[in-house]
Write a protein that binds this ligand. Structure first.
Ligand SMILES: [Zn+2]
Length: 436
């Protein structure tokens, strides 16, 4: 009681002095000093892992990066195991756990080991661009985020507060090109989310340290298959011949466009159309062929596309409306739409908003400025999306800021390494001290 009173008075004194650090407790200062003191080592680990190729389909490389990071988790007192990926044709995932003795909160920390750069890519090595920017395959997406996560956990350990948290880390080996079926490739992640209270993603977000993701649109694919009656073109529209498959396909697409395009945060895009008398379609290579003559009413048409939605509710509602539009056939045609599996949306819940508020306060207290939500129209699906529906709060983009991800010009901002690690460490600490 007395000590609380004294620290309260000290707190007020410090605030009146007006220093930024007034808002940062001694434990938190210990964490930020640790991060500054060990930044060189963190950078070395980043360089080492960026220089190891871990394109999604390079299973050995993904596993090697996993083992390097796994041993780093072991040094912090975590136990780690490799969750095998052969059932979904990928390398697998790193799962590390720390069950703190005094934990009130269960956190899930999400990273990924793979990159879009396979061994045949010309982009393989870390390279300094200037003293604050470096270039490298997966530097921001997301080997930087993995190192930031380790740095933040190291800081919690150094400050003696790691035992206040129950932590599960899942670093997937196939974020960039998910193994199928998704129910197997995302199982480790979903199991960990069901166990956790809060999910923290260390992706690079939109590359700007002033923003984080509290919602991401999900995406699912669809295939529209249309049939008409083959006949001479001079007989099109006759009662028993009808409109043909191509008219029916275009009616459906135009109605989607007219009736659904005003939905907020929704997009739907037909990416491919094939139509004629005889068609072939190979979904594996996203290609097909068509044969048709101008004087023949089209017998077949096929369209494939995607839908991106902000919430499961929106997705289900839109699927129903699309299905109803499809079923309203033109004369003598049939059509069917099938929806594939995909990435679920991460809805902007009140819990996620609260978590962003806490994170933004942490950042301001550290003198690193406010953090606001990324416009979900600019945020694609990510691994955190699979976890969001099972936890009370979720946020993503705690990782390394940078630009030009997925291109051979990918850059990472090296200042983000200590800054983001400090934010993450203080965030996790404050979450550990919350009562509900
Ligand atoms: Zn990524």
């Amino acid at each position: 009681m007395l000590s609380r009173l004294i620290s309260g008075i000290l707190g007020i004194l410090c605030i009146t002095i007006g220093s930024v650090s007034a808002q940062v407790s001694d434990i938190e200062k210990k964490m930020t000093s640790y991060i500054d003191d060990t930044n060189t080592r963190a950078l070395e680990l980043l360089i080492k892992t960026v220089n190891m190729n871990s394109g999604t389909m390079n299973f050995e490389g993904v596993r090697e990066v996993g083992d390097i990071l796994g041993s780093e988790f072991e040094k912090l007192g975590f136990s780690y195991e490799w969750s095998d990926g052969s059932s979904f044709n990928r390398a697998g995932h790193l799962v590390a756990t720390y069950r703190g003795k005094n934990a009130k909160k269960k956190l899930l920390l999400i990273g990924h080991l793979d990159t879009v750069f396979e061994p045949d890519s010309p982009f393989q090595k870390f390279e300094m661009v200037n003293d604050s920017v470096a270039k490298g395959p997966g530097i921001a997406d997301m080997k930087g985020g993995n190192v930031i996560m380790l740095q933040a956990l190291g800081a919690l350990k150094e400050a003696g507060v790691l035992d206040d948290l129950d932590i599960t880390v899942v670093m997937t080996g196939d974020e960039e090109l998910s193994g199928r079926p998704l129910e197997l490739s995302k199982k480790a992640l979903i199991d960990a989310a069901k166990y956790a209270d809060i999910s923290l993603g260390f992706e690079n977000g939109d590359g700007n340290p002033e923003t984080a993701n509290i919602s991401r649109r999900g995406s699912v694919g669809w295939t529209l298959t249309v049939k008409g009656v083959r006949a001479h073109s001079s007989q099109v529209f006759r009662e028993d011949i009808g409109a043909g498959a191509i008219y029916e396909a275009s009616r459906i697409l135009t109605t989607f466009y007219n009736e659904l395009r005003d939905e907020e945060y929704l997009t739907f895009n037909p990416g491919k159309i094939i139509g004629g008398t005889a068609i072939t379609h190979d979904p594996g290579s996203s290609s097909g062929t068509a044969f048709g003559k101008n004087n023949v009413v089209a017998e077949s048409a096929l369209v494939t596309g995607d839908i991106r939605a902000i919430s499961q509710e929106q997705l289900e509602r839109v699927k129903k409306r699309m299905t109803a539009i499809v079923n309203d056939h033109l004369p003598q045609t049939q059509a069917e739409i099938e929806f594939g599996d995909g990435y679920p949306p991460m809805a902007p819940t009140a819990g996620n908003e609260k978590l962003l508020e806490i994170y933004s306060k942490v950042s301001e207290d550290l003198g690193l400025g406010e953090v606001v939500a990324v416009n979900p129209l600019r945020a694609g699906a990510a691994d955190v999306s699979f976890t969001a529906q099972y936890v009370d709060m979720a946020i993503d983009a705690l990782g390394m800021s940078g630009t030009d991800g997925h291109t051979i010009g990918e850059l990472g901002y090296l200042k983000a390494l200590p800054n983001q690690a400090k934010r993450a460490a203080v965030l996790m600490y404050r979450l550990s001290q919350m009562n509900n």
